[in-house]
Design a binder for this molecule. Structure first.
Ligand code: TPP
Length: 331
């Protein structure tokens, strides 16, 4: 991990954002194990550097599409932890008024075009969003997060082809965490680096260490610069690992124990903390105060969610279709 070129404030800000995601996810996992959350949740523990490095390289007016493992993406793009937690609880104060749950968090005002339970579905949405920016002559970029599994869907290939042919301001960011549910990437894909697939579409493809928030930040900043400069899409493969199961409750019997251990030693949050302390960018006391502050934020989010009412049964068919939005145009 290299902090060269980054100042103290930036390193500490990245740490704070990554730790917020980690604490949110660990709390969500705990609440799920206590049967307080309905439905299913997929945590991104171990992948925090991708969400934070990427979103910190975007502008507030840029857009993202998130995945079924999208809590980190939404928090990193500025999502409100209270509204997110309320949505996980199925409460009316949540982002989807309690009717969407963990996999359907969106806040267009923050550029979050939606987490999505359909694997690969965010890729064409991102291309459409980038096309809208281009048609409207706006200086905006859209970034699609997706997994290694999603890179084997038709949506991936069709989206990259069209985004490339139309030179759209879009960034395709693959979080290669090695598994699609229980299937290891090597069993279903012959190319060793998924970024090689960019060649087929005539766009740049780079493979980076997805546990190094600075490496992710640099790669996305460069891709955003290209996109804004009219140079079209980039495919980035961030190599990372999910520490927990595909869903909460998954015993992960398909993963070698040594592999899990090896990646836990490369924990991106602990690694960044170590780096900050080693380089003297901040001391134990300052980082401890940040952690206490974030723990309080997450506890307050849980209290807010628990205190909120469930949606009214009469609202069950409301909001199924959106008639308009703040721009009065489809996006
Ligand atoms: C189109 C579609 N096919 C299958 C599924 C079932 N499914 C849910 S998550 C998942 C694996 C996705 O793997 P990946 O894209 O690598 O993301 P990760 O879970 O590793 O973050 C599958 C197959 C789905 N939700 N949508």
């Amino acid at each position: 991990m290299k902090t060269g070129g980054y100042d103290r404030e930036t390193a500490v800000k990245f740490y704070r954002e990554m730790l917020r995601i980690r604490l949110f996810e660990m709390k969500a996992a705990e609440l799920f194990s206590r049967a307080l959350l309905a439905g299913n949740i997929h945590t991104c523990v171990g992948q925090e550097a991708v969400a934070v490095g990427a979103c910190q390289a975007l502008r507030p007016g840029d857009y993202i599409t998130a995945t079924h493992r999208g809590h980190g993406h939404c928090l990193a793009k500025g999502g409100d932890s209270r509204k997110m937690m309320a949505e996980l609880f199925g409460k009316s104060a949540g982002y989807c008024r309690g009717k969407g749950g963990s996999m359907h968090i969106a806040d267009v005002s923050l550029g979050i075009l939606g987490a999505n339970g359909i694997v690969g579905a965010g890729l064409p949405i991102a291309a459409g969003s980038a096309l809208a920016s281009k048609i409207m002559g706006k200086d905006e970029v859209t970034l699609a997060f997706f997994g290694d599994g999603a890179s084997n869907t038709g949506n991936f290939h069709e989206s990259l082809n069209m985004a490339s042919a139309w030179n759209l301001p879009v960034i395709y960011l693959c979080e290669n965490n090695r598994y699609g549910v229980s299937v290891c990437i090597e069993r279903v894909t012959r190319v060793s680096n998924l970024a090689e697939r960019a060649k087929a579409y005539g766009i740049p493809g780079v493979t980076i260490d997805g546990n190094d928030v600075f490496a992710v930040h640099e790669a996305v900043a460069e891709a955003a610069r290209r996109a804004r400069g009219g140079e079209g899409p980039t495919l980035i493969e961030a190599v990372t690992y999910r520490h927990r199961g595909h869903y909460e409750g998954d015993p992960q019997v398909y993963k070698p124990k040594e592999e899990i251990q090896e990646w836990k030693e490369r924990d991106p949050v602990a690694g960044l903390k170590r780096k900050i302390l080693e380089e003297g960018l901040a001391g134990d006391e300052e980082l401890g105060a940040i952690e206490n502050e974030l723990r309080l934020e997450i506890e307050e989010a849980v209290e807010f969610a628990m205190d909120s009412p469930y949606p009214d049964a009469a609202q069950v068919t409301a909001d199924v279709y959106s008639k308009d939005n703040e721009w009065g145009v489809a996006r």
